[in-house]
Every structure is written in structure tokens, then in C-alpha cells.
Design a protein around this ligand. Sequence first.
Ligand SMILES: [Zn+2]
Length: 387
Amino acid sequence: MSEDYQYKDRDVKKDPAREFRFGEGRISGVLSLTLGILSLLAVFAYLYPSYLTTTDLRKVYDASALQTVLKYGMYFSLLFGCLTLVLNKARYKYFGLAGIGLTLIGFALGGYKIPVGAVEPKELSLGVDWLILAFLGSTAIFMILEKLFPKYPDQAIMRPEWDVDLFYFTFNHLAISAILIFGNYHATHFDWALSPSFQETIQSIPISLQVILIILSADFVLYWEHRAFHETKWLWPVHAVHHSIEHIDWLAGSRGHFIQVFSERAMVMIPLYLLGADEAALNIYVVFAALQAILIHTNLSIPFGPLKYIFVTPQFHHWHHSSEKPAIDTNYSAHLVIFDKLFGTYHLPGKHWPAEYGTTKRLPRTVVGQLLHPFFPNKTTDIRNDK
Ligand SMILES: [Zn+2]
């Protein structure tokens, strides 16, 4: 069927109302407000680390060194805020005022000089530190890459529904400890399948091979879990929330119903728990998986060469998000394309990219509507056309 299909190019038009232009005060206003919000969140995390930081993440960063980052974040928020006021253009001055106001509250609460002491670990906490670091890291890597090598140069950073996706990004990061607790608890249901001798064998092989084994076994589980979400009638409305994105970039991949976020983590924990690989191999996998999950949604046209026939790349995963007929229910893999090849769901038509993204039956456009959608799938669906 796909040989006869007429592939079209995606038409992305410039949207002047959403663009950033120098001299308008919008860039400095948004930067001031963003840094003001992040700084105030960081100040609260320093004040209440037991409740607002992540036990596992604290082991990998130096809280004292990050105070320097906070210091510059606060000063730059003030600087950009003042620049916005000097430019004094329309409503953007309120962004600058808000940025300055939030930063001054941060200073009043102790700012970057709050003493860093021992932290009483709490099992359940909010991942404010994970949210801030992931946001700074993702924007530094992926937003810059998207500006340097965009697939669609005219797609704005603040494209339609960026705020909806930012909500999901924030929720997924704040809830990290609850997601991990649930995932670890779920894995213990498979204690009966644990084999110490099998785990010893796994640990005796080189780390690089352990990483490959983890990727293959995790991807096998993720493939079938993902396929079940697509091909089971009562599961699809949950996963459809992730597919409701119609403008894809690094942030769009965060959109997903919390039921899916929790169940995905619980499923992938099973092979990781049973393999019992070295911590070094697990850490490499976690970083690889986290970066790849963002990368495959980016608005990026880096040529991956032959690697695109091994790894899941943006072009491959963008096809998974297409509402065009030949692409529906294809490209389920998260890491490697091998399982789509093996199980007959592979779709990568040469150099073509999708012209249309989203679901064939349009979902609500608000977070509340999307969260309710799985419970009332017929009431909250706006029928655009049939599959
Ligand atoms: Zn999917």
C-alpha cells in the first residue's frame, strides 16, 4: 500500500505572532521570567531538600557547585528583566517585572547563599531539582540543535500548545520519585523469575555488552507494551494523549497520560530487574534512553547515515506520530528498529517525512480534557476524519 501512497512535504508556515525578534523585549522578557521561576524553585529546593529534591539524583550532583549556577541565573534574570523594562514594549514589560519580582523573592529567602547541609532522605519527594536540571540540560542541548539544524526552520519555539507540553514535562519530572517507587515495586512481582547464577553470568561480561543486552531486552518489552497500547481498544485512549501532539519538537515528547508514564516505567523495570546488570551499565542505559527519548521527537534534520537502520531516529519516530494511512500503527520501537523489522511494523519510506501529525480522531486540546479522555473516550473526541 505504501508504494502507491503519494507522500507530500509538510507545510510549516511562519507565524509572526509566535516568533522571537530582537529589540521587541520578548526574548529578554521570556528569559527573565523563565530564570526567575527556575531560580525561585531552586531556592525552595535548597531550603527544603528533603521534600523537594530526589535522593538518587543528589548522589550525582554537587549542590554547593550548583549554587554558582543559581547565582548567575538570578543575576541574569534581573539583567534581562531590566533590559525588558528599558525596551518597554507593550505587554512584555510585565514578563520582565515578574522575572525581577520572583528573583527578588528568591534573594529575600536566602538566594544562592542558603547553607547546604546533610539531607534527611525521604522516600517520596518532589523532583524539583530533576525538573530544573532536565529543563536547563534539554534546552541547552536540544533547543540549540533545533535552531542550528532544523527540519522545519519556520516552526516557532513557542509553537501551538507548547504550554500544554510544558505542563506534562513539569509533571513527569516532579513525580520522578513516585514513578520510580511504583516501577521498583512492580518489578518485585517478578521475584519468582530471579536467578542469581544468571545475574552472575550477566555481570561477568564486559560493560559494553551488558549495555547492548539491556537495550535489547528493554526495547523488546517496550515494543510490545507500546503495541498493546495501540492495538487494544481500551488502552488506546490512554496512549492517544501522547499521539495528540500535532507540532513535534523536543518538548512534545513529554506529552503523555500519567497512566502511560507510570505503566511504561513499571514495564521497563522488569527486564532491568531480572538482568541484574552492573550499576555502570544501568547508568549508561538510563542516560542513553533519556536522551534518545527526547531526540526522536526533535525538529531536527541531522543525517544519521546508516545508523538510521539500527537506531530509532527522529525521522523514524516522527512517522510513528503521523496520521497518514501507511504510517498508522507502525514504528513501535523505542531504541532499535530491529523489533519493528522482525514483527512487520517497520515504516521508513526513503527520505520522506510525514506531512501530517496527530490522531485521526482529534483529542481535546487542554490538559484537563486530555487527562479525562481515557475515561470518556467518546465524549471527549472531536471526530476530524476516520482512519
Ligand atoms: Zn504510540
